[in-house]
Write a new protein. Structure first.
Length: 167
């Protein structure tokens, strides 16, 4: 796990899932899109909502709420897709992550970030880089490269390849 307290201040895109505020390092974010039609792909995990056409490229769209054990994201006027660049096993993948709403870009210094909580040996929390403190609120800082396993992203990449071939 990365000790974020030893790193300099960084910028994060904050967004909401249910009532919780999450953040992703801004360097991982390519763009934020309004919610658009998502084409469902058969026989994919529940958290993979489908694919979108992004300027001629097939981009898988994943529901972080489902991945984190919450209720499925429902479309509202604020629902958006955050396009992120993920690296797993030194392989780059572009994917979309559904969010209830995007909040803002914030600066967090090392002194504003606590290490991720240890919740025992059985629960996997290595995808949490830390807990940012902003005013009286916690911001859960994700390591987006660790949210999905290599196996899960392999399914996403296979879907992306299959959809590209069929287009």
């Amino acid at each position: 796990m990365t000790d974020v307290r030893t790193t300099p201040a960084a910028q994060y895109l904050t967004y909401k899932l249910d009532e919780e505020v999450f953040a992703i390092d801004i360097s991982k974010v390519r763009e934020v899109l309004d919610f658009t039609a998502v084409t469902k792909v058969p026989q994919t995990p529940d958290f993979m909502r489908g694919v979108i056409n992004l300027r001629g490229s097939v981009v898988p769209v994943l529901d972080l709420r489902l991945k984190f054990g919450m209720a499925e994201t429902t479309r509202t006027v604020n629902t958006c897709i955050i396009i992120v660049e993920v690296f797993v096993d030194n392989e780059r993948t572009i994917l979309g992550a559904l969010a209830d709403s995007v909040q803002e870009v914030i600066d967090l210094g090392a002194e504003q970030i606590e290490p991720a909580p240890r919740i025992g040996m059985r629960l996997k929390t290595d995808f949490i880089r830390g807990m940012g403190k902003r005013d009286s609120q916690f911001v859960i800082i994700l390591d987006i490269d660790k949210v999905f396993s290599a196996e899960e992203l392999a399914i996403v990449q296979q879907t992306e390849t299959a959809e590209t071939i069929s287009v």
